[in-house]
Design a protein around this ligand. Structure first.
Ligand SMILES: [Zn+2]
Length: 189
């Protein structure tokens, strides 16, 4: 079953996720439900906080993307179909030294219809465990790296609006305030 996606400014979106400790059937079930929820909402990434859980767990699926990006997973370049949708637990992101910063208009499933430019480094390395607890090293750039940075921010209670330049943030401020009011009103019902 798809899960309910938490909208801004639910306080759980500001909570830091706890490390995943048990790589068991329950975790696999949760990851599968998150993938289903992400697909139904038409997103390319979803973090545990966005479905109301404070865990260092997110899911990503870029198979439908038309953006160009490259990747290396555990020293190889497997086709996306072989490892996506992917679950990422306990990620540790390192920015590749000397990589340029790029601007891209991001959206977020916790901010329906709100989009804005965010500057992020292009290339990263990320150590993580999959849902079975197997450790991996992923090197990627472009939208793949951006998506992971956006999701890992969620796991630490950081939102894309925090990363926007002042001018961009100001341009969406009315929409963000309206959304926060709607979320608060829905919570009182
Ligand atoms: Zn998001």
């Amino acid at each position: 079953m798809p899960l309910r996606i938490v909208h801004f400014n639910d306080p759980i979106l500001r909570a830091k996720g706890e490390k995943v400790a048990a790589f068991d059937a329950e975790l696999t079930h949760l990851a599968n439900e998150m993938v289903e929820t992400m697909h139904e909402a038409g997103g390319i990434g979803l973090a545990a906080q966005q479905i109301g859980r404070t865990l260092q767990l997110c899911v990503v699926d870029l198979r439908e993307s038309s953006e160009k990006f490259s990747w290396e997973l555990d020293g190889a370049r497997p086709p996306l179909d072989l490892f996506m949708p992917m679950a990422i637990a306990n990620p540790q992101v390192t920015v590749v030294k000397g990589t340029p910063e790029t601007v891209f208009e991001e959206g977020c499933l916790s901010f329906p219809k709100i989009r804005g430019d965010v500057v992020r480094p292009d290339a990263i390395e990320v150590k993580f465990k999959d849902q079975a607890g197997v450790p991996h090293l992923l090197k990627c750039d472009g939208l793949f790296a951006r998506c992971i940075q956006h999701e890992v921010d969620h796991l630490n209670g950081v939102l894309f609006i925090d990363r926007m330049e002042k001018k961009v943030r100001a341009s969406i401020d009315d929409a963000v305030k309206t959304l926060a009011k709607e979320t608060k009103a829905a919570g009182k019902k």
